[in-house]
Design a protein around this ligand. Structure first.
Ligand code: PLP
Length: 427
């Protein structure tokens, strides 16, 4: 097929008519489609059904009765599980609640108000606090910043991870830059894995920052969410930070939300004992102990079999991501109007459309009955400067619906690109 830009006017007309008629026939099926939900499909949730079997004992490895108050940092076996996901020892892990996002908010709020280091350092002492946000990124990180009044500074997201030269320069020159958001493995939404060089540079960043209260938010939400095995490696940030002397400036996060039950799993935060002590002080005001029964269930269910379990998730997710790739390739591959990521794990595909079309495509799709993540959602304040990024979340839809949804999306991309091309040619 000829590239869109090289088509004669009659070819362009023909493609537009064919595309519109394909879209019309898809719309006639009155489908209610949704590619916005980055959540596990029901068959993935069923993989953890055995976790609900009655427990034969409620006692944790250290004798804690999990049904009672206490053990704010979590029971040893749950902390070990978090340690396995994050590549640190169990003692460095806080296992609390069912959401790592909650713990991210807690770390940011504690850094702001109480301080994370047991001394006078508090972000609120500064007139302004800014965090580096690699874009495209995860919208809920931005929401945490907005809710706490923290400003955001965009930096470029490369295939290797955040642009560390840019991050280092910004952090080194300005003490109001006090942290950075990271999703190091199968990043939401690009799907990239940070290279060894990126992780090494990240470990040194707090030392190079002008601020003495800099925090690396290391959100390893997809630590075990590979599609292929053996699992893709990720350099160990904590070990590198120990060597660089920056370990007190890391807050590492993981959860079992997309391993067992989303919102009924376990949340983890790992770091130095100084960080854990600060979190304990913040949390103890609100809570006497976490749900340790859930921790025990999870530990007994997942310990020693994380990879076996995640391979079952992979078997369900691989065909969905393959379908996304096939439709994009078949429908858009030859036209030269879009590019997309091909992640080997995680939950998302990033689609890049012609500049200035993403919002229009999302609207066209909505008119055709397909809900997409709002254009701009992967950027702070919802502002995609190029208006060219769309996040695809294929995990939840059953395969036939996913196929229809991807067809709708591909037709909308073509229609928007044709319209835009005409607007350029006929100003
Ligand atoms: C990068 C990232 N971090 C965190 C979360 C939410 O994690 P949790 O369910 O543990 O709060 C998500 C969910 O989509 C995510 O994509």
């Amino acid at each position: 097929m000829t590239k869109l830009r090289e088509m004669r006017p009659d070819q362009l007309d023909g493609l537009e008519q064919a595309t519109q008629s394909t879209l019309d026939s898809l719309c006639a099926e009155k489908l209610s489609l949704d590619l916005s939900r980055g959540k596990p499909g029901p068959e993935q949730l069923d993989l953890s059904a055995a976790m609900d079997a009655p427990l034969d004992s409620y006692l944790a490895a250290d004798g804690t009765d999990t049904r009672n108050y206490g053990a704010l940092r979590g029971i040893p076996e749950a902390r070990a599980l978090g340690g396995e996901l994050l590549g640190v020892a169990a003692q460095q892990v806080f296992a609390f609640g069912a959401s790592s996002l909650f713990l991210m908010h807690l770390v940011a709020a504690t850094a702001l108000r109480r301080g994370l280091w047991g001394d006078g350092r508090r972000w609120r002492n500064a007139e302004r606090v800014r965090l580096l946000t690699p874009v495209p990124g995860y919208d809920r990180h931005f929401t945490i910043c907005e809710s706490l009044g923290l400003d955001m500074v965009n930096i470029a997201m490369l295939d290797s991870g955040p642009d560390m030269a840019q991050a280092t320069a910004l952090a080194a020159e300005d003490s109001t830059v006090k942290g950075i958001w990271c999703v190091p493995k199968y990043a939401n939404p690009s799907g990239c894995i940070y290279t060894d060089e990126t992780v090494a540079a990240m470990a040194k960043l707090p030392q190079q920052a002008a601020a003495d209260d800099f925090v690396v938010f290391w959100d390893n939400a997809y630590a075990a969410h590979d599609f292929e095995f053996p699992r893709a490696p990720l350099a160990n940030l904590y070990e590198l930070a120990l060597a660089a002397g920056s370990e007190e400036h890391l807050a590492m996060f993981a959860s079992t939300s997309k391993m067992t039950y989303a919102s009924a799993g376990l949340g983890f935060c790992a770091g130095s004992d100084t960080l854990l002590t600060a979190l304990e002080q913040s949390l103890s005001v609100m809570c006497i102990g976490p749900d340790k029964v859930s921790q025990l269930r999870h530990a007994r269910f997942l310990s020693g079999r994380i990879e076996v379990h995640m391979a079952q998730h992979a078997a369900l997710l691989r065909p969905k991501f393959a379908l996304v790739e096939n439709v994009l390739q078949e429908e858009l591959g030859a036209l030269g109007i879009a590019s997309w990521t091909q992640p080997k794990g995680g939950y998302f595909v990033s689609l890049t459309t012609p500049p200035g079309t993403a919002r229009h495509i999302v609207q066209l799709a909505a008119d055709a009955g397909l809900i997409l993540t709002p254009a701009g959602a992967a950027f702070p304040y919802g502002k995609d400067p190029n208006d060219d990024h769309i996040r695809i979340a294929p995990s939840f839809a059953p395969l036939p619906e996913l196929e229809a949804a991807m067809q709708v999306l591909a037709q909308c991309v073509k229609l928007a690109a044709i319209k835009q091309l005409r607007a350029i040619d006929e100003p």
